[in-house]
Ligand binder design. Structure first.
Ligand SMILES: *Cc1c(COP(=O)(O)O)cnc(C)c1O
Length: 418
């Protein structure tokens, strides 16, 4: 067993994992020679490790591929995570990244937690445990991955009070529920229907209208668009963003708090934000769950880097926005080069999508390469793996989500096709 494991040392895996591969090869028998079987197990172990992949799907925020792309390079170093450098006293871990995101959204205060789901759970637990929260029936949604508003509400200890109907909810519905003392309503929650739309005979209550209620409004905008004017993009907001709620405008319209993800349209690391009224953010920060949901300095420094890029109005420094705003003719030029260099496939117009459960049905015109047949498994088998899409028994590679410097990997993967 040991000799077999040692024979795999060139794979670069640590010895204990090679022993596991050798053991599995001996156990599973089969027609191949045992050394070959062990190598196959070792290769599978290496492929199961977290590693960079080339996203040629055109889905900008692909949950399977880690949502927004992010460059992280950090040497081993201490940070002033909870140190106030000026005074030398204990500081707050909400003093850097969170302070910047508050500035971005023009909020009095903000905290950063581990993801969007924890932001909602914490806000409800801190502000409404044991009390009533009014939510429109049309917004009792499942976002995906088990995030269902009624279940999150139950976990928070808050009591869900449904308002209106699935397709139509009016302000008067909210007022009558909120004004009935038996309901003990302390919050109204608005949830963005991130991944679906109700169309036809519908009526919604806006945050602005809800702001007239006697209780604070928490708006879970989910996607994390910071400002609908997109001042970080030279040409302003792209057409495909139309109608997406933004943190700054939602607060300005009267929401007491907004919650959103760090790795959707914000383009940062996996994180969640609660921003808005200082007293309410403070109650969230002091709740015991906040401790269980706090990110470490790695996430906070990545988040801070993105927040600073927004404040500099430098969308090109935020990989998601850089890719999302690439011009189609530039992508077409790259697609011609990939086809010419690989000698495989044809240039094709394709449609990228924002993804990540945001903006359903939205397409962004793009360009890439199409190859007859389904080659997705062969493309995944290379290093780095190239992830493509299949449709009409053809393989589609969208270059919008491929960093320009990575086109050479796409060329190499296409050349390597049998
Ligand atoms: C995505 C989303 C969430 C969950 O956020 P995660 O960062 O995935 O935990 C919650 N609410 C809404 C409206 C969302 O779109």
């Amino acid at each position: 067993m040991d000799a077999l494991a040692r024979s795999l040392a060139d794979t670069g895996l640590p010895h204990p994992l090679l022993v596991d591969a050798a053991r599995a090869a001996i156990a599973d028998g089969g027609p191949e020679e045992v050394g070959q079987r062990a190598r196959r197990h070792a290769r599978a172990a290496a492929r199961s490790l977290l590693q960079p992949v080339i996203n040629a799907t055109g889905v900008l925020l692909h949950t399977n591929l880690g949502r927004s792309p992010l460059a992280v390079a950090a040497d081993a170093a201490y940070t002033n995570l909870e140190l106030d450098i000026s005074s030398g006293r204990r500081g707050s871990r909400h003093g850097h990244a969170a302070a910047l995101v508050a500035r971005l959204c023009e909020a009095e205060d903000a905290i950063v937690v581990n993801n969007g789901a924890s932001a909602v759970l914490l806000a409800l637990a801190a502000l409404a445990a044991g009390r009533g929260v009014a939510v429109s029936r049309g917004e009792l949604v499942e976002i995906g991955g088990g995030f269902r508003v009624p279940e999150v509400m139950e976990q928070s200890g808050a009591r869900l009070v449904e308002v209106g109907t699935t397709n139509r909810t009016r302000l008067a519905d909210f007022t009558s529920v909120a004004d009935d003392p038996a309901n003990d309503i302390v919050l109204a929650l608005k949830v963005h229907q991130s991944n679906y739309r109700i169309v036809g005979f519908t009526e919604h209550v806006t945050v602005g209208e809800m702001a007239s209620l006697s209780v604070p409004v928490v708006a879970d905008i989910g996607s994390g668009l910071v400002d609908s004017a997109c001042p970080w993009l030279e040409d302003g907001p792209p057409a495909w963003l139309a109608g997406e709620p933004a943190a700054r405008q939602t607060l300005a319209a009267g929401a007491a708090l907004v919650t959103f993800s760090g790795d959707k349209l914000f383009g940062g690391p996996q994180a969640g934000v609660i921003a808005g009224r200082a007293d309410l953010v403070g109650r969230c920060a002091r709740h015991p769950l906040a401790r269980a949901m706090r990110p470490g300095s790695l996430v906070l420094s990545a988040f801070q880097q993105v927040a600073l890029a927004y404040l500099r109005r430098d969308g090109q420094a935020i990989e998601f926005w850089r890719m999302a705003s690439l011009a189609a003719d530039e992508l077409e030029r790259r697609a011609h080069a990939v086809v010419a260099e690989s000698g495989v496939g044809e240039v094709a117009e394709v449609a990228s999508v924002p993804g990540g459960g945001t903006l359903p049905g939205t397409e962004i015109g793009s360009c890439g390469v199409v190859v007859a047949g389904d080659w997705t498994a062969a493309l995944r088998a290379g290093t780095p793996p190239v992830i493509a899409r299949v449709g009409d028994n053809r393989t589609w590679l969208d270059l919008r989500t491929v960093a320009a410097g990575d086109d050479r990997y796409v060329v190499a993967a296409l050349r390597g096709l049998p």
